[in-house]
Design a protein around this ligand. Structure first.
Ligand code: ADP
Ligand code: MG
Length: 413
């Protein structure tokens, strides 16, 4: 095994400036340092990056990180460099590739971020063979599973690459995997069952509420008025983010739109302004929030249904990372379910079963007269109490479930 050059706790303090590990981080890091193959399922914000960054610093050689999005890689790169970790990205948009390769070969990199499509190239395999490898970290590992909510065929190219270096430990990380997806990730990436480490998914400071939509602008304006801190409103389309940003400005709060179609300079500015603000409302597509570290988001609203329970959990998980009370409010319409069913009808047949199961699970969360948190946590394999005391149904038990009939109709048709 590659020697661990320093005590992990020293690195935690000196390099990262943290006084201790959080949750399962320590068990994950220990397994990795012992060279064991591991799948860490940890909610967003739980600190997955540290689980490979710390070993990358501790171990001899480079940790190769597979990451699905170039923007995400560049965020990670900046964060790693900020704490003095020697890191680089190797992507089509980097013009310093020759320099990165030279640094990698010379053993001057702790972390090398690459996209999954590189994995199939023989050239890349040779490159990896020409340097010392500490670890493979596979971020967003649910992308390898067709059961996952974000399957990326490129992730299937990873296995042969990993198997070409059987002695290099592998660490897969994901925030969002139900039991079926987890089993699939283990199988696809050649990780033994005892390598699965799951962190607690509960976010007790987030109050969940789910309401049928009748007047989106009015309902969102009321929510904004009740929550003076920064908030995110997730919209279904790019056009809707802009319309909502305009309409919600009438609440008197600063608002911005955020979506992938905006001019990159404007998008970056809106994001930076939001991160710095104490009262801004950003109306965004789901592209917003990945890699953004804003601990004081006080509410996350959905103007329509998310893609799945995983998506809901991930998006609402951006609220209240500082541990202070925060609100997650979903406004839904029967037409959301109708559209989702239509979209599922258009995807490849092999994926329809999984997509339908995800929509049904989401429907159950929307329709329940019981505890929202219980449904969420059970979805992630936890065994919660029947009542959390901090969701709409626990705080105000519904007398009759009126709107459910409509959703049921669309789910079972
Ligand atoms: P994830 O990828 O699981 O969503 P990140 O790796 O982005 O989470 O970490 C979320 C935040 O938690 C970051 O700001 C990170 O610096 C912080 N963090 C991670 N580990 C610790 C720790 N042991 N102590 C304090 N803060 C931590
Ligand atoms: Mg992460």
């Amino acid at each position: 095994r590659r020697p661990v050059v320093t005590d992990p706790r020293d690195i935690l303090r000196t390099t990262f400036g943290f006084s201790g590990f959080r949750g399962v981080q320590q068990s994950v890091v220990e397994r990795v340092l012992a060279g064991e193959r591991t799948l860490a399922v940890m909610p967003t914000g739980a600190g997955k990056s540290l689980c490979y960054q710390l070993p990358a610093v501790a171990m001899e050689g480079t940790c190769v990180v597979i990451s699905p999005l170039i923007a995400l890689m560049h965020d990670q790169l900046r964060a790693a460099e900020a704490v003095g970790i020697r890191a680089a990205t190797l992507t089509s948009v980097d013009d310093n590739r020759a320099e990165t390769i030279a640094r990698f070969r010379a053993g001057e990199l702790d972390l090398l971020y690459v996209a999954p499509e590189r994995a199939s190239s023989g050239h890349f395999r040779d490159l990896l063979g020409s340097a010392k490898l500490a670890l493979f970290a596979i971020d967003e590992a649910h992308c390898v599973s067709e059961w996952g909510h974000d399957f990326r065929p490129d992730y299937r190219l990873l296995r042969p690459l990993l198997d070409a270096f059987p002695d290099v430990p592998r660490l897969a990380l994901t925030a969002t995997a139900d039991a079926h997806t987890r089993a699939d990730i283990l199988e696809q990436l050649g990780i033994p069952h005892e390598g699965l480490i799951v962190a607690g998914f509960d976010r007790p400071n987030i109050c969940y509420a789910i309401t049928p939509r009748n007047n989106t602008t009015k309902q969102l304006s009321d929510l904004i008025a009740e929550n003076p801190g920064p908030g995110i409103v997730y919209a279904q389309t790019r056009a809707q983010t802009e319309k909502l940003a305009e309409a919600l400005a009438r609440t008197g709060r600063p608002t911005r739109a955020y979506h992938a179609g905006l001019d990159p300079a404007i998008r970056a500015r809106n994001q930076a302004e939001f991160v710095a603000s104490e009262d801004m409302v950003i109306c965004a597509t789901v592209a917003f929030g990945m890699g953004i570290d804003k601990p004081d988001v006080r509410f996350v609203a959905h103007a329509g249904i998310p893609k799945s329970i995983e998506g809901f959990y991930q998006e609402t998980g951006r609220a209240g990372r500082d541990g202070d009370p925060a609100v997650a409010h979903l406004f839904w319409g029967a037409d959301d379910f109708a559209r989702a069913r239509q979209r599922i009808g258009e995807v490849e047949p092999a994926r329809q079963t999984g997509e339908r199961a995800r929509l049904t699970a989401l429907g159950a969360l929307v329709e329940t007269a019981g505890c929202r948190r219980a449904i969420l946590l059970r979805h992630f394999g936890e065994d919660p109490p029947e009542h959390c005391g901090n969701c709409d149904n626990c705080l105000n038990p519904p007398k009759a479930v009126d709107a459910s009939v409509t959703a049921q109709k669309y789910l079972s048709a």
